[in-house]
Write a protein that binds this ligand. Structure first.
Ligand SMILES: [Mg+2]
Length: 255
């Protein structure tokens, strides 16, 4: 394998493309910080775990605002599109206390997530630090990471509270996250199922990896009007994968 001189600037990246082959390990030889989104990234969207959170958000909005679930659902999706999270919409429009919301919506059964020793081993073998950056809470992240069996391999979690409730993809919390953990952006990789959340990371000089998926949660812009999943969503996406575990297992033995 060709080693890249860590002091040299990363090589220019080829445009993102979906191919049957996994991204070349050489593209990650300079990486010393691995930043992962949580939901539908560390575990596959097919677990439908986030669907539980989604339903509880609807319930919380309905109960808090005294409306029927259908109306609450419409408000929830409107907030998600306008503010990035329904939580943010409830805070701005209704002055809601975020702690109660986060406790309620993340009180879910994580058993649909399958523990994976292969994933844990692969993450553990990656050289450098591993961090979580989630629009959810630390408690939710810890529940999921513990269930997966990967918790001991991560050195930090940057959650929506740390982000002062400003969700991805607003660039401000990315700056805060990088400062808090002393991340050298050109030596960091950012892995996400929502490609729009990769744009600020790419702008900061990080390498980006998009986990392409069919879940509606991966394509909030398509809510209510399903559209084909794009193969190449834009220049902010440097690498496209379909399966995190498969990619990391391949990569971890080759760095
Ligand atoms: Mg996600």
């Amino acid at each position: 394998m060709t080693k890249i001189d860590p002091s040299a600037a990363p090589a220019p990246r080829a445009p993102a493309a979906v191919s049957p082959t996994l991204p070349a390990p050489d593209h990650f030889a300079h990486i010393d910080t691995w930043i992962f989104d949580l939901d539908n990234t560390l575990y596959p969207a097919s677990c439908n775990l986030f669907a539980q959170v989604d339903v509880r958000i609807t319930d919380f909005i309905a109960n808090t605002l005294g409306m029927d679930k259908e109306t609450a659902r419409t408000k929830q999706k409107d907030y998600y599109l306008r503010y990035g999270t329904s939580l943010r919409g409830m805070m701005i429009d209704h002055g809601m206390d975020p702690a109660e919301f986060l406790d309620y919506v993340h009180d879910i059964d994580v058993s649909p997530v399958q523990p994976s020793q292969a994933l844990a081993n692969a993450i553990g073998a990656l050289p450098g630090r591993k961090l979580i950056y989630t629009n959810g809470s630390v408690r939710h992240a810890e529940n999921v990471m513990t269930r997966l069996g990967v918790a001991t391999h991560f050195q930090g979690i940057f959650d929506i509270v740390a982000a002062d409730y400003v969700p991805k993809p607003d660039p401000r919390p990315y700056t805060e996250m990088v400062a808090r953990f002393g991340v050298d952006a050109p030596r960091a990789v950012f892995v996400e199922d929502l490609h729009r959340n990769l744009a600020p990371a790419a702008a900061m000089g990080m390498t980006t990896v998009w986990i392409r998926g069919e879940s509606e949660f991966s394509h909030p812009e398509h809510l209510g009007t399903p559209q084909p999943v794009p193969h190449n969503p834009g220049p902010h996406v440097h690498h496209v994968i379909d399966d995190l575990e498969r990619w990391l297992v391949d990569l971890s033995g080759r760095l």
